[in-house]
Design a protein around this ligand. Structure first.
Ligand code: 6CS
Ligand code: FE
Length: 295
């Protein structure tokens, strides 16, 4: 089946388990002279697969942005497919906020955002996926451990690991309100998963991901080797993390909601092809096939 331009370096969603695959690509593609990150930051990102940068969105902009999230949510039709809800009905995620809001579009182009993405990926970039994540108090549920790249490769046809996510906190991230946990260093290994992708997997995977997640033995070994770090910090902080870094979150039973703007930058040299392990590509709002270089 695979044409020469569609060689699968990262087989996944398999019938039987296979050994983990060492990553082929570097995690950092640019040099210190290419952007705002100093060499020690680049080295840390390369080593751990993530980087935290405070003050990515300035304090005076945060209330506007929080208000904008409410406006976007209120303006969308109840049955808009870009709105993902918890089983109880509260909104969990809204996709394509950068196309629904000029304010979010401006965040993409901030001096604290776009040049960092370009530097890490060593090229021009475009938005592969963008979302607002809203984790309400009391009822917010988490995400099981996964690598984003595993899904983007299997279901969206992303060929190489050359994408980076920027999650900007709009509320305080405490250790106890469902903040993101990462397995530092796990981005250096691709963990193939077992289980075929069902048709329209995204109808359920965006609320609870069951397919494309590593098994418990694999996760136990990864955590034995690398431990777990957690992203905590004030509103306006950004967590930059590699597309292949294993991460997940618990539920939020505190009264303290947690929301973030989540931007995935992909290299213009890593555009999507046919899915590697799914019956058909996912919709454009989950995985951009029309590449708009961010200038
Ligand atoms: O589907 C996506 O693109 C993202 N969402 C989930 C639940 N897993 C993979 C990726 O992070
Ligand atoms: Fe994820």
């Amino acid at each position: 089946m695979s044409a020469p331009d569609h060689v699968d370096q990262y087989p996944t969603r398999l019938a039987h388990a296979i050994a983990p695959i060492p990553r082929h690509e570097p995690a950092v593609w640019g040099a210190e002279s290419d952007g705002p990150l100093r060499q020690d930051h680049l080295d840390r990102f390369s080593d751990k697969g993530y980087l935290v940068r405070h003050g990515t969105v300035e304090d005076d902009q945060l209330p506007h942005l929080r208000h904008e999230l409410d406006r976007i949510a209120a303006d969308l039709d109840a049955d808009d497919p870009r709105v993902i809800r918890e089983p109880g009905g509260t909104i969990r995620s809204i996709f394509e906020p950068h196309l629904l809001s000029e304010l979010v579009a401006q965040v993409v182009r901030l001096e604290t955002v776009l040049p960092v993405a370009r530097q890490l990926l060593g090229s021009d970039v475009y938005i592969h996926q963008a979302r607002i994540n809203l984790m309400p108090g009391f009822t917010g549920t988490g995400f099981y451990w996964h690598s984003d790249f595993e899904t983007w490769h299997a279901e969206d046809g992303m060929p190489a690991i050359r994408a980076v996510s920027c999650s900007i906190a709009l509320t305080q991230n405490y250790p106890f309100n469902g903040s993101l946990m990462v397995i530092p260093g796990s981005h250096q290994t691709f963990y193939p998963t077992v289980g075929e992708t069902p048709d329209n997997n995204h109808d359920t995977s965006l609320v609870a991901q069951n397919i494309g997640v590593p098994d418990e033995t694999t996760l136990t070994k990864a955590v034995d080797q690398h431990h777990i770090d957690q992203f905590t910090g004030p509103p306006g902080s950004a967590l930059w993390f590699d597309a292949n870094l294993l991460h997940g979150s618990g539920s939020n039973i505190t009264p303290l909601p947690r929301s973030n703007v989540f931007l995935v930058f992909n290299s213009v040299d890593n555009q999507l092809g046919e899915p590697f392990a799914a019956p058909r590509p996912r919709p454009e709002y989950l995985a951009a096939r029309h590449v708009t270089r961010v200038a």
